[in-house]
Design a binder for this molecule. Structure first.
Ligand SMILES: O=C(O)CCC(=O)N[C@@H](CCC(=O)O)C(=O)O
Ligand SMILES: [Zn+2]
Length: 348
């Protein structure tokens, strides 16, 4: 393992040089205190060789190939772990989601991978393209990781941060999507962890989705989020100083350093409720606003925000804010998420 990595520039380089597959490598002892295992290309596990870990943490990046900052952030943590500057005290699984799309510099190759989880990869046309195949494998790796954690002992915390960047600029630069979780309170500790990581805005989703974070949240009861860390830039062109707080909190989490989180305080964060999702139903779908309108821009009741098939789509609530508007999606998929302020969300 170490030889394999030493022959390459680094783990990301190894991954991108083998975009489809790498043979697994059994656990190797690193620096006398850490077990490191390669499960597949872009799939790397670190475990403390001794001691009582309490948490199973998945850090995924590159599910969309052009969202490079989280890939660089994770690769930096991996480099520090491999070279011994950091030592994990919790189990951590790093996933680089879509190496072929990263090589392409594009969001997708054939299909949006973040619409293919919770078994969606095998519905309809089935495992008909590499993204479907990879989504199925990623599900299997997360399942194995959490199952092996459960075998260590009961009561472990499961965490999955699926790291992205947004196509547009955003009024709140860093934000997280909290997957729909009926019957489960939102975690105030997680929201304050995100805030300490520089992610000061959280959207509560209103329905099940086929995203990676929903998969881990629903199937494994993980504290799982899609986290948007800023705007998309090409690889190497990210200002990595913008992620100092995020890196610091991820480091504290995986190295079991004190998190020093304040109690949940709704005044310290921006909380939004998803009120609806507008799907594309016709090829002529178009927004009435320009491509430089930022995420979280709000519009008043009655305002026409989009048109399709000869019909206007109007703002229904007193105000609604838009996030992820994108008219260039296949018919049937989400064109935009609509938000209202979250009123008294059930946070514990
Ligand atoms: O900026 C955009 O339009 C998309 C950024 C992105 O990839 N967002 C995720 C959000 C997933 C979720 O809703 O949890 C996605 O669209 O897959
Ligand atoms: Zn993304």
């Amino acid at each position: 393992m170490l030889n394999l990595l030493q022959g390459c520039k680094d783990f990301l380089h190894l991954t991108l040089s083998n975009p489809e597959h790498l043979n697994p490598i059994a656990p190797q002892l690193l620096h006398g205190h850490t077990k490191v295992s390669l499960w597949d290309t872009g799939v790397l596990l670190f475990e403390p060789a001794a001691g009582n870990s309490q948490k199973d943490v998945v850090l995924s990046s590159g599910v969309h190939g052009n969202e490079t900052a989280p890939i660089e952030l994770c690769n930096g943590l991996i480099r520090d772990l491999l070279e011994g500057r950091l030592q994990v005290k919790e189990r951590v699984l790093f996933l680089i989601g879509n190496p072929a799309a990263i090589n392409n510099g594009t969001r997708i190759v054939d299909e949006n991978m973040n619409r293919l989880f919770s078994g969606e990869h095998s519905r309809g046309p089935g495992l008909s393209n590499p993204e479907r195949v990879r989504a199925k494998k990623l599900e299997a790796y997360v399942t194995r990781f959490f199952s092996e954690g459960a075998a260590i002992g009961a009561g472990r915390q499961r965490i999955h941060y699926d790291l992205h960047t947004a196509i547009r600029g955003s009024k709140h630069e860093k934000f997280a999507i909290y997957p729909y979780r009926p019957g489960r309170a939102f975690s105030g500790e997680q929201i304050m962890f995100l805030a300490a990581s520089g992610v000061d805005t959280v959207l509560f989703h209103h329905e099940p989705t086929t995203t990676f974070s929903y998969f881990s949240s629903e199937l494994f009861r993980a504290d799982a989020f899609t986290i948007e860390l800023g705007k998309v830039y090409p690889m190497g062109q990210n200002d990595m100083s913008k992620f100092d707080s995020t890196r610091e909190m991820f480091k504290r989490l995986i190295c079991a350093e004190p998190l020093e989180l304040p109690a949940f305080d709704a005044t310290q964060v921006n909380l939004y409720q998803v009120c609806r999702v507008i799907n594309k139903e016709a090829d002529d779908f178009e927004f009435t606003f320009s491509t430089d309108v930022e995420n979280f821009t709000a519009f008043p009741r009655g305002h026409v925000i989009a048109r399709q098939a000869g019909k206007d789509i109007l703002i229904e609530q007193e105000t609604e804010a838009v996030v992820f508007p994108n008219a260039k999606v296949p018919i049937g998929q989400r064109t935009v998420i609509m938000l209202v302020p979250a009123v008294n969300p059930h946070v514990e």
